[in-house]
Ligand binder design. Sequence first.
Ligand code: OSB
Ligand code: MG
Length: 369
Amino acid sequence: MKIERVEVREVHLPLRHPFETSFARTERKEFLLVAASADGITGYGECVADEDPYYLPETNGTIWHVLERFLIPLVLKTDLRHPREVQAALARVRGHEMAKAALEMAIWELHARREGQPLAKVLGGEKTHVEAGVSIGLQDDEGTLLRKVEAEIAAGYRRIKIKIKPGRDRDLVRAIRARFGAVPLMVDANSAYTLDDVALLRELDAFGLMMIEQPLSWDDIVDHAALQRELRTPICLDESIHSADDARRALDLGACRLVNIKAGRVGGLLSSLAIHDLCRARGVPVWCGGMLESGIGRLANVHLQTLPGFSLPGDTSASARYFEEDLIDPPVVVSADGRIAVPTGPGIGHAIVWPRVERATVTRRHWVA
Ligand code: OSB
Ligand code: MG
């Protein structure tokens, strides 16, 4: 397969509600969409970066630069037999996992369309449905949070995740447990704590959480290993894992007992498969994270989590929680019993609604071989 053309566009999509974490409040999804074409067929990859380097260091600006100067020229001059070869073709460029992933995922999606197969199938996934969990951002007050949790349980979600930060943690968890009993519950701190907070984090042990996601620094595994020794609750790493080697080192050190896989954060789908396989071989559950993706990236997440090691509900929830109008038709929907049907059409499997994409596009540029 010779990639003949790559297009990058910046897309702005309003969010129905602001999404607040310990690091930022996001009102609008601003992302890059990569299109890769060969033999008249085009595949799409949604980049998970934001405008700001507040989750991880990459931004839409750094992605655009690295794609244009380094990654796109590399793929345009490489003859690829399979999308599994993209990671090696880009390996000379260090880091920049989100930029690499957006391009690699577009090429996987192109490959799936050429084969006439759903992305899940070419990745080796077999599930026909995946289990949906939900991520609830920081809310203005406890009452608002409790109402959101109630609505998401009623909507069928199989696991509730809430964002926490210092001062907005233990009491919120206690209130949810008091009101909703043993609902499957976890928290995500997005690196808001340090080892000085070990006493508070140990208090969370009393609430039977499924896991605490990324309590400590975004680039740490050593302190997480020390913290995990102090906690009964499993730690799940998100920000700290950028590759299968990172995952192996984290597991060897005992820094976590679960891994959140986001293809965009780990350099793409091949790297996601490698982390999945490693964790499965070691009996470590994985689940698929989310980055408030539009339907294009959201569906890629649905396909990825059809692999057998994704044994816990992910952060893939319904399009309608985020967008008035998603970029795909039909949108991602969640059944009353908390499941998402895996699309059976080629590639991501749902149609991209081009007039909506055009309206949401603020810049675009393309390169040819
Ligand atoms: O840490 O998982 C995270 C959103 C933006 C940045 C980081 C994270 C998140 C989420 C939302 O938790 C998951 C989603 O609904 O897409
Ligand atoms: Mg997270």
